[in-house]
Design a protein around this ligand. Structure first.
Ligand code: FUB
Length: 314
């Protein structure tokens, strides 16, 4: 059978190297955070936030690799100049491919400042490395719904072809349906657009993947610069939950790093090998934005629950 991504979408193109060789952590140089992963055309791709003060978060870089060891940097795949409504700060990108187009969802501006139009945007490109351009000329989600700050989105396509976007900061998570064009919101059977799915402890950084026919929601807890930043998860039988917290699976380790969170999940095609890709702060750093990209193996128990993840010391 054709290899299938963790989103359920068959890969178009070659399957990347499936060896279990791994690079060190951090796996790329520089301050980056909020990584999200995709597999496009035989390459693993990571799209992160350029981790700096908002005023300096004016561009997004991407990284690609065929083997998870050697990484190529693709600078400036999206900048604030490519998004007419983004006056400053693009961050927390989420990539996904559909119908031969490459979509990059992102947060922009700061909704806390009423003078700015903030929210979640969507950009599109013909190639994984871009250039990405704003697809709709305005935010896809521009306001608080159910208390969820419109940031930290993850996009997931289920086996039946229905796309969902999970998102939310400030302690609330929503799920919305995306139409086939991937640039407009659908509605649920009850006519609603925004469904709150907030699990206990949720702060931000929603992430969805599917394994064994079940839906795994992961999220970040605690303050992103604080001692309690961590990742927890829930499993549900439906993409809309209910999501009840099962365990904290990634937390800072006083021997390795602080602030471990805002993860994504990578499944090596055609295997049951899984990685959590996330950011963390070196023990030597006190600046909250000094975050680096890391990945570590994620193992499952026989009942599908996730084992606590050991951050590798490098
Ligand atoms: O990088 C900016 C913010 O930090 C993200 O939106 C949060 O998830 C946290 O990682």
């Amino acid at each position: 059978t054709a290899p299938v991504s963790s989103t359920g979408v068959p890969f178009a193109g070659a399957v990347p190297d499936q060896s279990t060789a791994e690079s060190g952590n951090p796996f790329v140089d520089g301050w980056y955070a909020d990584p999200d992963v995709a597999i496009y055309g035989g390459r693993y791709w990571v799209f992160p936030t350029t981790s700096a003060r908002y005023a300096e978060q004016t561009h997004l870089d991407a990284f690609s690799s065929t083997d998870l060891v050697r990484w190529t940097k693709h600078p400036n795949v999206l900048t604030t100049a490519d998004v007419p409504w983004a006056e400053f700060a693009v961050w927390a990108p989420a990539p996904i491919e559909r119908d031969g187009k490459y979509f990059l969802y992102f947060a922009a501006n700061d909704i806390q400042d009423d003078s700015e139009v903030g929210g979640i945007g969507v950009a599109v490109a013909d190639r994984p490395e871009g250039p990405y351009r704003d697809a709709i000329g305005e935010p896809l989600v521009a306001a608080f719904h159910n208390g969820a700050q419109p940031i930290d989105q993850d996009v997931f396509i289920d086996d039946d072809g229905q796309a969902y976007m999970y998102y939310g900061g400030w302690g609330h998570a929503n799920v919305v349906k995306l139409n086939r064009d991937m640039t407009s919101l659908g509605t649920f059977a009850d006519g609603s657009t925004f469904k709150e799915i907030t699990p206990s402890g949720y702060v931000e950084g929603a992430q969805m993947f599917k394994r064994g026919g079940r839906y795994y929601l992961m999220w970040s807890e605690g303050g992103w610069t604080g001692p309690d930043y961590s990742v927890s998860y829930a499993i549900a039988d439906s993409p809309t939950g209910p999501f009840a917290k099962l365990d904290k699976v990634l937390a800072q380790d006083p021997a390795v790093a602080r602030g471990s969170g805002h993860n994504s999940v990578l499944n090596i095609p055609g295997t049951d090998t899984w990685y959590v890709v996330y950011h963390r702060r070196p023990l030597s750093e006190t600046d909250g934005n000094h975050r680096q990209l890391a990945y570590d193996r994620m193992h499952f128990n026989a009942d599908g629950t996730i084992r606590r993840i050991a951050m590798k010391v490098r």
